[in-house]
Design a protein around this ligand. Sequence first.
Ligand SMILES: *Cc1c(COP(=O)(O)O)cnc(C)c1O
Length: 426
Amino acid sequence: MTVTEPPHAPARTPLWEAPEALRRTDPQIADVLAAEAERRRDCLQLLAGENTASEAVLAALAGPLAHKYAEGYPGRRHHTGCAAADAAELLAVERARNLFGADHANVQPYTGTTAMLAAYAALLRPGDRVLAMSLQHGGHLTVGSQANFSGRWFQFTGYGVRRDDGLIDLDQVRDLARRHRPKAIVAGSITYPRHIDWAAFREIADEVGAYLVATAAQTLGLAAGGAAPSPVPYADVVAAVTHKMLRGPRGGLLLCTAELAERVDRAVSPFIQGGPSMHEVAAKAVAFAEAATPRYRDYVHAAVDNARALAAGLAGQGVRPLTGGTDTHLVTADVSALGITGREAERRCAAAGILLGKCALPYDTAPPAETSGLRLGTGCVTTAGLGAAEMAEAAVLAGRALRTADGGGELAARVRELARGPVPKR
Ligand SMILES: *Cc1c(COP(=O)(O)O)cnc(C)c1O
């Protein structure tokens, strides 16, 4: 495989401009997109689910496979003219398998949510019991929310984290598994900042004869770069996305054992999806190749270092990081000591140009729309070339923003300067 390394830390890259064709045909949308590019450049982007994809990934997204219908799988499509689509998908699958050491990969899921839907469809029947992290403790909507298909179609039981140290209570997981005999146990979270003990989950699943599903959208990129333990050797099915730490296009990803390959493929298509987005599949292939480079390894390790610096800095501002810190790119923190809600904290930071998300905490007593917490991630800022010193400053700036109802003026100007990234060395 020959791929040149992606540009890490594209410091102070020129602002995106709408291509001439778009500007001519649709100046309104061209303006909307230009404004978005400017907003992204000027905000300290600490939303945990976002990243900035490389130019190569974006180029593949804008390429000719955007037009292609290729329902089915390579070599067995419902549509003709699929030579390039087949080649792109075979490359994407091969690269994903190599990157993660997985028996099988399905690169067609449109999103993380449809990847989870397909994982369930491959393993379960409606009405089956599933044990997963409770939504209050950091589970995604796809692990049992009543507003989501998962909660309507399966019977979920939730496990959580301990009140004292914020860590997953594996004794509780084992007790609940023995009591409820679930058909599947799901491990993974949108807020949990620590490594997950995949081997322990495997052991519990084996004891009760359950499948183990890893919902690893947040952390699979870290695993690809060796900065987190991989669920692949332990889980029957791993569901993830390519647009978070993997820095690829928006989209889902499934990895599974050879045994389940056919069931997973059929669960994706034709069971829940029609024709795949082949331009996204091509862009996923690009992202997997980039993630196999030493630069990407450096990137994910830097993202974890940055999150640790951010957590320590926030602690110094009276914003308590849950579990006392982080092993990942995620920081989940409690703002209640400042006398404000998570929602107000999010608003105050946004007013200063710092983007982060309010977040319900385990055992939170505030209403769900208000919350007592914040969730931050260092994926974007690390891609932008910021390091631990900048994270320490970001925490100080966030502390100032949290203590003022109006974050404009000098504070916002400093945030903007920090967000634009390091000035290139001459
Ligand atoms: C991001 C995420 C999802 C949802 O992915 P979408 O692409 O937005 O559907 C699901 N589960 C987990 C654990 C996630 O982190």
